[in-house]
Design a protein. Structure first.
Length: 103
């Protein structure tokens, strides 16, 4: 995974990435609204690896927006917040907190 700010190959460090294709990804926002967005994939001309370009509001391998995940981890988003009622699940929230505090 690469970001807009760091567009070098994470595998070999090469700056020679070319757009390869696009894929769909679901991003979950407030009120549990799911948006389908297109993510560009880039291929490194040196090592041949393919990487997805993550937008600044995304975490790798997560469907929820970055601000929602960080809000849960920091404790600013709780089960009592009306706009976050019924999601994410308590199990998911505990996993996020464990992941961010252990690594």
């Amino acid at each position: 995974m690469i970001t807009e700010k760091d567009n070098k190959c994470p595998n070999c460090g090469s700056p020679y990435l070319i757009r390869y294709d696009r894929v769909w990804r679901i991003v979950i926002n407030e009120y549990g609204i799911k948006n389908k967005i297109r993510i560009d994939r880039y291929q490194c001309k040196v090592c041949g690896k393919t990487h997805r370009l993550l937008l600044d509001y995304m975490f790798p391998y997560k469907q929820y927006r970055k601000d929602i995940i960080l809000g849960v981890v920091e404790g600013t988003i709780t089960s009592y917040a009306i706009e976050f009622e019924d999601y994410p699940s308590d199990k998911t929230k505990r996993r996020w907190v464990t992941e961010f505090h252990s690594g």
